[in-house]
Ligand binder design. Structure first.
Ligand code: BGC
Length: 664
């Protein structure tokens, strides 16, 4: 308990005092959980002053049935702000509520790169780009841990589908793994100083994640220098000896493999005491580092974690995450006095504010879009509501209103992928019927990922509001009426058609004979569309505003750089419209063809607010490692000399400015 000692020294001293039973008890959860709440629990060791570990889910709210919490927008919505300071606030408020609830390990964030657009957990993640996800992950992890709980970055790794998730084997080559799927996890260690990782249900190249030596000991420990602990996803442990020898520190949620069987394996010498000590030490070092031995945590599961500021931030985050995709003839923002027909179940009766599975939560309230719009419209305007189950009634409302707003949704959840990207429950037909009857139609989507839009030419406006959390109706009303000028951008690509996506074959997803072939290799997300020269419906990085912007005067320095040298990018951005607004300037790097990389890849971005007519000069940094590739022949990253192109613009498909950098 001497705080003057380092966490490592304290852990070493403590491990020496522990009996075999105490050590074994440290490396697994217990079921049933003896205290109320939490989804994972490791009992305290009172004799030695080791506190209990209390683990709770929480991607957009404290989960596991907790009451008196705030429901924030889904992570994909928060990430659509492209604002790392927003993600930091998101993490702070989530971490604060967890700590208040007595949680000391928060099971989040989900940082996996989205590969398959149908993936049921897309809404839990940030998007389809490794660099983008890394930035978001670092901001959220640091913020969670600043509030008390240890963050648990998940799911490690190559966990990109729910179909067959307990057995699926992700067949992915080493270069693709290193360049696409591992970077957020590397950043979580090196920059986010994350305390724990959750190893995934799936196998990677034939070996379950939680006993995968290459992933756990090779990549995490040796390559990234991780010294926290790896816990298994709930039921993702498959062995005692293999897991204990190949990197799993802690089994969750119970002791199927790490209880009596681990003790027996140690007594028989099949697993050494030194190996067990390492696992225990990884847990204790992290607990010491995070202050769990030194800080008193007074909150319990029954505590009220809500605060008025959190309601306000939930709304702010939803507004900042709402992406304006189409706005023909300036139909938005809505003019005062407009009569409105709100249509669709998620527009009124059953708002779609959160995703399913371990992200499920008990929000204190959900403002429905109809309530939010009616309140904002005031008494002067007429706002009607029809859930759309009666097509004739919906068409009549639409016909009578100046503007019709159809709310369409998907019910995305952990545990299953969507069968395809079509809106379910005949919502495409509803939109088509309503659009034919309406004077002007706006579609608001409450989805966790992309959907197809066969009706796109029949509607004047489209807004992607994701799963917006408890302030759903207030946030969408603020955007539709222009109280907030939308400034969000898509963190993943929306395709035109089902077969346009990077993973169209069964072999890729959901897999054949239990294997999913990552045969698209580096070309996931926008990389695929660019490499194949096909225009998506809405590209990665795209999002409209009620004003307009222009980027100009790109300059990069130095124009000739050495290995690992960072490049400074200077670019002007101007608000060329008549409203205050914010733009996200995006910088992509194009490798020399010999490197065999996708055409261009995001390597820097910055969001800036501008008054009408205002110009600001932005300075961004491209890290030196942007000019490397993973060389499979030496199993290492290698800096690659050659001529690189730097592109700047406002989406992955709108990059008007180019410059060159010569890497030596
Ligand atoms: C999920 C994890 C979650 C755990 C505990 C698992 O099914 O994959 O993300 O943290 O359950 O609820």
């Amino acid at each position: 308990m001497n705080r003057a000692f380092s966490p490592e020294r304290r852990a070493d001293l403590l491990v020496k005092q522990m009996t075999l039973d105490e050590k074994v008890a440290m490396v697994h959860g217990v079921k049933p959980i003896p205290v109320k709440g939490y989804v994972g629990y490791v009992p305290p060791v009172e004799r030695l002053g080791i506190p209990a570990l209390t683990l709770a889910d929480g991607r957009a709210a404290v989960g596991n049935g907790a009451r008196d919490i705030t429901l924030f927008p889904a992570p994909i919505a928060a990430a659509s702000s492209w604002d790392v300071s927003l993600l930091a606030e998101y993490g702070r408020e989530l971490g604060q509520e967890q700590w208040q609830k007595g949680t000391n390990v928060e099971l989040g964030p989900t940082i996996d790169v989205v590969r398959v657009p149908e993936w049921g957990r897309t809404f839990e993640s940030y998007g389809e780009d490794p660099y983008f996800n890394s930035r978001m992950a670092v901001a959220e992890i640091e913020a969670i841990q600043s509030q008390g709980p240890i963050a648990d970055a998940n799911m490690y790794v190559a966990m990109q589908q729910e179909s067959n998730r307990f057995k699926e084997d992700s067949r992915v080559d080493e270069r693709t793994l290193e360049e696409i799927y591992l970077p957020p996890f590397a950043a979580a260690v090196r920059e986010g100083h994350v305390g724990t990782f959750m190893c995934a249900y799936v196998k990677t190249n034939g070996v379950y994640s939680c006993e995968n030596d290459f992933l756990e000991r090779g990549v995490l420990r040796q390559q990234f220098g991780f010294d926290g602990w790896v816990m298994s996803d709930w039921g993702a442990t498959h062995s005692t000896i293999d897991s204990a020898l190949h990197g799993l520190d802690q089994e969750m949620p119970d002791d199927k493999f790490y209880g009596a069987s681990l003790k027996a394996a140690i007594e028989k010498g099949e697993v050494s005491t030194a190996a067990l000590d390492d696992h225990v030490r990884n847990i204790l070092v992290t607990m010491f580092r995070q202050g769990l031995f030194d800080k008193k945590q007074t909150g319990t599961w029954a505590s009220n974690a809500r605060r008025p500021e959190h309601d306000a931030f939930s709304r702010y985050a939803a507004e900042q995450g709402t992406v304006l995709l189409k706005n023909d003839k300036g139909i938005l923002p809505l003019a005062p006095g407009t009569s409105i027909a709100v249509i669709g179940t998620s527009g009124g009766k059953t708002p779609k504010a959160l995703g399913g599975g371990s992200s499920n939560a008990n929000p204190p309230y959900i403002v429905s879009p109809f309530d939010g719009i009616a309140k904002r419209a005031g008494s002067a305007d007429k706002v009607t509501y029809a859930d759309g189950t009666d097509l004739i009634a919906a068409a009549r409302d639409a016909h009578n209103a100046d503007v019709t707003i159809v709310f369409a949704n998907t019910a995305e959840t952990e545990g299953s992928d969507r069968p395809d990207l079509t809106l379910p429950n005949n919502q495409d037909a509803l939109i088509a019927v309503v659009a034919a009857a309406a004077k002007k139609t706006i579609v608001v989507l409450n989805t966790g990922g992309p959907v197809l839009m066969p009706w796109i030419d029949k509607v004047a406006g489209i807004v992607e509001a994701w799963y917006p959390g408890q302030e759903d109706g207030n946030a969408i009303a603020a955007v539709l009426y222009g109280d907030v000028n939308p400034a969000a951008k898509l963190p993943l690509t929306f395709p035109h058609t089902a077969d346009q996506i990077p993973t169209p074959s069964k072999e890729q997803w959901p897999g054949v004979d239990g294997q999913s072939q990552y045969s698209e290799r580096l070309n996931i997300g926008y990389r695929w569309y660019d490499a194949n020269n096909v225009a998506p419906l809405f590209p990665f990085g795209f999002g409209l505003s009620y004003t307009t912007f222009k980027v100009s005067h790109l300059a990069v320095s130095p124009a000739t750089a050495d290995a690992a040298q960072a490049i400074t990018v200077i670019v002007d951005v101007s608000n060329t419209g008549s409203r205050k607004g914010a733009e996200v300037v995006q910088v992509y790097v194009g490798h020399p063809p010999a490197n065999g990389e996708p055409p261009h890849q995001l390597r820097a971005f910055a969001k800036v607010e501008l008054n009408p007519g205002e110009t600001k000069t932005l300075t961004l940094t491209i890290d030196g490692d942007s000019f490397s590739i993973y060389d499979e022949s030496i199993h290492r990253w290698a800096h690659m000399p050659g001529s690189y192109e730097i592109f700047a613009g406002t989406s992955s498909r709108d990059l008007p400015l180019h410059a060159a950098v010569q890497e030596q």
